[in-house]
Design a protein around this ligand. Structure first.
Ligand SMILES: NC(=O)C1=CN([C@@H]2O[C@H](COP(=O)(O)OP(=O)(O)OC[C@H]3O[C@@H](n4cnc5c(N)ncnc54)[C@H](OP(=O)(O)O)[C@@H]3O)[C@@H](O)[C@H]2O)C=CC1
Ligand SMILES: O=C1O[C@H](COP(=O)(O)O)[C@@H](O)[C@H](O)[C@H]1O
Length: 597
């Protein structure tokens, strides 16, 4: 109540405050409701070539109101725009864009006194952008331009050309479920062109249609941007990419580009993945290829680096001295549902573990990157993967749910696992001896994805609290994003006894007004920005396959067989036994009581 009253008082103070008050004399604030055009005009007149590209327009025009701040420091003009009711991502993106346009101006702004209103405003936007600003704004311009390679790619040329996103595989399951909803949410404009993937005429027609579209948008030759999204089976990637290379490349010498987004599965094992990489590598540079893994676009996955490296609290704890085991878990409460044919060829290890869970493992286990520059992050991910030692088959439990083979598209004697628990070990200074347990299953009793970090027992425990359970730090990726730390506390009351409780950061409660974007929306925007941080690099992919290929071969040869489990169960009991064997201690009697406001 008191907090609410204080907030109300603050709102009232804000209402009464004359506009511009408490800003330095050289800074003016203007309120502009629904003002995309006005903002662009004013920004242009102020700092010349501000490019608020097509991407910004829908964002700004859907915002409820915009405030922008203009100022002059040491004779240099700058502008900062605050858009209300817009997702955090766009704020970050916009900040970057302004930084790109006038990095000297922005830095001048940040060099103002920390009590300055502007800094408070920017910090208030979001912790992530705050961290970004603090980390990045004081870096050299060359590093910044590397991080946001649009600028690097295009030199001094602004990206103003027409943007076309071409989805190949438009009638498929992935396009329907993920790609189109994300694109529609972002751009609300979709045209459909039909043609065959192996016909030259089809791609010539496609090129004609895109060119006409670009002309209709008055895009200067050389500036247009074409993003090809391959929502296709990997077998057709090479022929389709050849056609794109031959018939659909745009003239890109004035800041335009062509980029290719490829979906998993990137191959079936080390050899097929490497063959595919080589074939695509002959047609496109690595910087043109975006291997998408949508788990890297999830809010709490993107939070991992901030959590680990922006919080002093975790730095000394995050290692073998304190952590006993780490689980990365994916559970789905439905089966293959019409995707049996695809799934039977790939199985749960290729579908979920080799990509999504392994990517999460990288972010949990990697060392601190030199900077947030995408290549520095991906270098660290590769290093941690290279430190994974060969999987021991006795530390693997496979399962298949009863009824899986009833699907007409699944072979009657299928050996394909729909469930797997696999223990990985990372042989380095930080993690030797800590099991990383990757668990994934379909048709289980619940749907969730989480990271569970279990700490070691307290040495010399005078409270004997270990019987209450160990400390666990849980990062729940979905559903209902949350981070919570299970702690032992004194049971409230006269008695000196202990109970399990939690420090709980439930996103739904803490960030009630925040709109968490879909993973695909973020990643598509990243491809347009040219930011490859959240995409899988070729060498990363190769090591990921090196880790799992021997196990996959043994399953294919029938040397390892899945244990049957009931749909709607926890999966094979042997999986929980394996967990106990590698040291996981389940907490009993812990009851979570959700907080209320
Ligand atoms: N902010 C929030 O939303 C919070 C929510 N909670 C909720 O409180 C509940 C309890 O939390 P918590 O203790 O962390 O999670 P759970 O009790 O769900 O699971 C804890 C661990 O025990 C394992 N486990 C569960 N059942 C068995 C079993 N029968 N045999 C062997 N292992 C088992 C789980 O495996 P597996 O991963 O396979 O299920 C998991 O590793 C959960 O529902 C949680 O979501 C708690 C705190 C905060
Ligand atoms: O990549 C895949 O992911 C989905 C699960 O995605 P989520 O974002 O809902 O967790 C899974 O159902 C599918 O089998 C797999 O191919």
């Amino acid at each position: 109540m008191e907090r609410e009253r204080e907030r109300e008082r603050e709102r009232e103070r804000e209402r009464r405050r004359p506009k511009g008050e408490s800003l330095p004399a050289s800074i003016k604030r203007r309120e502009v409701p629904n003002a995309s055009v006005a903002i662009i005009k004013i920004a242009r007149s102020l700092i010349g070539t501000v490019s608020l590209s097509a991407l910004f327009l829908p964002v700004i025009s859907t915002a409820n109101s915009c405030s922008f701040f203009v100022g002059e420091v040491d004779g240099r003009k700058w502008v900062a725009i605050k858009i209300l009711l817009v997702e955090r991502f766009f704020l970050d993106y916009r900040c970057n864009q302004i930084a790109l346009q006038r990095s000297s101006g922005l830095r001048a702004m940040l060099f103002l006194s920390t009590k300055d209103k502007i800094i408070i405003l920017w910090s208030a936007m979001s912790t992530v952008s705050d961290a970004f600003l603090r980390n990045d704004s004081f870096r050299s311009n060359s590093l910044r331009s590397e991080s946001f390679s649009e600028e690097k790619d295009t030199g001094t040329v602004q990206e103003v050309g027409c943007l076309s996103i071409i989805v190949l595989g438009a009638s498929g399951d992935l396009a329907k479920k993920k790609t189109f909803p994300a694109l529609f949410h972002l751009f609300k404009q979709i045209q459909y062109v039909s043609g065959s993937y192996d016909s030259e005429g089809g791609f010539q027609l496609l090129n004609k249609q895109i060119s006409e579209h670009e002309l209709s948008k008055r895009s200067e030759p050389g500036t247009s941007r074409r993003l090809f999204y391959l929502a296709l089976p990997p077998s057709v990637y090479p022929p389709v990419c050849k056609m794109i290379r031959r018939y659909c490349m745009n003239q890109s010498d004035l800041g335009g580009w062509t980029r290719i987004v490829v979906e998993k599965p990137f191959g079936k094992d080390l050899k097929t993945a490497e063959d595919l990489s080589s074939q695509l590598g002959e047609l496109f540079d690595e910087k043109e290829l975006y291997r998408i893994d949508h788990y890297l676009g999830k809010e709490l996955v993107q939070n991992l680096l901030v959590l680990r490296f922006a919080n002093r609290l975790f730095l000394p704890l995050w290692n073998r001295d304190n952590i006993d085991s780490i689980q990365i878990v994916f559970r789905e409460d439905f089966g293959t549902e019409g995707r049996g044919g695809y799934f039977d060829e790939y199985g749960i290890i290729r579908d979920i573990i080799q990509n999504h869970l392994l990517q999460v493992l990288c972010l949990v286990a990697m060392e601190k990157p030199v900077s947030l520059y995408p290549e520095h992050i991906r270098d660290e991910k590769v290093k941690v993967l290279q430190s994974v030692i060969p999987i021991k088959f006795e530390e693997v439990v496979l399962g298949q749910y009863e009824g899986y083979k009833d699907d007409a598209t699944v072979s009657d004697n299928s050996n394909t696992p729909t469930f797997a628990t696999i223990v990985l070990h990372i042989y380095n200074e930080r993690w030797e001896g800590v099991p990383f347990i990757l668990k994934a299953g379909k048709a289980l009793n619940s749907r969730k994805a989480e990271i569970r970090i279990q700490f070691k027992d307290v040495p010399g425990d005078i409270f004997e609290s270990k019987r209450q359970g160990r400390n666990e730090f849980v990062i729940r990726l979905q559903p209902s994003e949350a981070m919570y730390m299970k702690l032992t506390v004194k049971k409230p009351g006269l008695e000196m006894s202990t109970i399990q409780s939690e420090l709980d950061l439930s996103y739904g409660l803490r960030y009630q007004d925040a709109n968490i974007p879909e993973a695909y929306e973020r990643l598509i925007l990243d491809t347009i920005r040219g930011d490859q941080q959240h995409f899988v690099r070729r060498d990363e992919l190769r090591v990921a396959w090196e880790i799992f290929t021997p196990l996959l071969n043994s399953i294919e040869e029938g040397k390892l067989k899945p244990i049957m489990y009931k749909p709607g169960s926890r999966g094979p009991a042997e999986a929980d036994e394996l967990l106990a064997k590698v040291g996981y201690v389940q907490t009993h009697g812990y009851i979570w009581i959700p907080a209320t406001l």
